[in-house]
Design a protein around this ligand. Structure first.
Ligand code: SAH
Ligand code: SF4
Length: 408
């Protein structure tokens, strides 16, 4: 074992890198079919007596109702016989997570508090999901875990105590819930003149949690979201963001095939160790090597490096130059994220002029370097501010958060 690995192991056992245990998911008595694979649906049909030769067609029909038309009850599935609908309803539901709260920002951003089944010590399992409309697209930001086992020092989600992995159904369920709330389903033929383009055109896995610590569920959910006979959101329009779980990065390319975003945030191990403690386990050299070798990487399929702008910490012009040197040769774009403060956070956002100067250096080196405009700040929907209400902020914390969001 290398010295770095021994240190990382010691830190992990001290709970400094991944500090909290995962709560487990308790399945409801009547399971929801949302998120099931075709094979699992076929097996379920077999269990309720559907003969083998018919199963494939029935699965296609259920798939159509569920993922193209947004059916919320078996009764709506009029291409299935009444008997089959009743048999399905006796054993299963089409439940998706509930929206326990909906907030709409002055800029059109919407945030839902998504309530998942189960609770621990009276606390519901909640995550947040955000819809961000823009002129040329509509992006849905989804969560992969309740809370996060990692503790990036600038991230609000990392301070949440309760953690559990979402199931594939709960991850897909956020897309269904958002389509329900936005009335964004395909209409029956002849039903009005609604344009065929969907409001939700893009998905980013940038909500709560580290998706690569819930790999299988995230993989199955994203493959379902991209399925051409269903939700049909192209893999080029789906982006998964990781804090740098190096061993899982190649699997994102081979088993999911979506766009990769990496939360880089620093150009030296010293600084990154402070910001993203996982760096002690997977340092920059290993992370960048995983990026260079990312399966399917090309100019058309670049990696996005996310870089949160923290005043006096990682935002010097020397940092910008080092950043360009570090990622040399990797087809990439750099997404500069103004830091979103939260009560108790020890950082400040860089000055606007500094962000512009930083961005210019990166741009002049040949990389697109958009600065992410904070959206939905009045409803605390901006990046890194997601933290479910179940976490019970004190009234004082809530007021402070709102005040920060309004004045920045
Ligand atoms: N866990 C994954 C994905 C969720 S976070 C990850 O870390 O990549 C999505 C992005 O928001 C990450 O780049 C994260 O570093 C950034 N972020 C977290 N807290 C933030 C804050 N307070 N201000 C700005 N960006 C933040
Ligand atoms: Fe977790 Fe990402 Fe927040 Fe880090 S930035 S604590 S990995 S959600």
């Amino acid at each position: 074992m290398t010295r770095a690995a021994v240190r990382a192991d010691a830190l992990t056992s001290l709970g400094l890198i991944e500090k909290r245990p995962l709560e487990s998911y308790v399945a409801p008595d009547k399971p929801s079919l949302v998120g099931w694979s075709r094979a699992a649906l076929a097996a379920a049909l077999g269990d309720i007596g559907v003969a083998e030769p018919q199963r494939r067609m029935r699965v296609q029909q259920i798939w159509h109702w569920l993922y193209l038309r947004g059916a919320q009850s078996f009764d709506e599935m009029t291409t299935l016989s009444k008997e089959l609908r009743a048999a399905l309803a006796g054993r299963f539901t089409l439940a998706r997570p509930e929206a326990a709260d909906e907030q709409i920002s002055v800029d059109g951003t919407r945030k839902w508090l998504v309530r998942l089944p189960g609770e621990v010590a009276g606390r519901p399992h909640d995550v947040e999901c955000v819809y961000i409309p823009e002129t040329d697209r509509g992006t849905l930001c989804i969560s992969s875990q309740v809370g996060c086992t990692l503790n990036c020092s600038f991230c609000h989600t990392g301070t949440q105590r309760l953690v559990r992995n979402l199931t594939a159904g709960e991850i897909v369920g956020q897309v269904l819930l958002a389509r329900d709330r936005l009335a964004d389903w395909q209409q029956p033929p002849g039903a009005g003149n609604r344009p065929e383009s969907r409001l939700i055109s893009n998905i980013v896995v940038m909500g709560m949690g580290e998706p690569l610590y819930n790999f299988e569920a995230v993989r199955d959910a994203l493959n379902l979201v991209a399925d051409g006979d269903g939700l049909s959101i192209s893999k080029r329009r789906i982006t998964l963001s990781t804090s740098g779980v190096v061993p899982q990065i190649p699997r994102v390319g081979t088993e999911i095939g979506v766009m990769l975003a990496v939360s880089l945030h620093a150009v030296t191990d010293d600084v990154r160790d402070q910001l993203v403690p996982l760096n002690r386990k997977y340092p920059l050299r290993e992370l960048l090597s995983a990026c260079r070798n990312y399966p399917g990487l090309s100019n058309a399929r670049r990696i996005t490096f996310e870089y949160v702008m923290l005043k006096g910490v990682n935002d010097s012009l020397a940092d910008a130059k080092a950043l360009v040197r570090l990622i040399k040769g990797i087809p990439a774009k750099i997404n500069l994220i103004p830091f979103n403060p939260w009560p108790g956070s020890k950082y400040e956002c860089s000055d606007w002029e500094q962000i512009e100067r930083f961005s210019e250096i990166v741009f002049d080196a040949g990389y697109a370097s958009p600065v992410r405009t904070p959206r939905g700040r009045d409803i605390l929907a901006a990046c890194g501010q997601l933290k479910s209400a179940s976490e019970k902020l004190t009234a004082r914390e809530r007021l402070a958060l709102r005040a920060m969001a309004m004045t920045d």
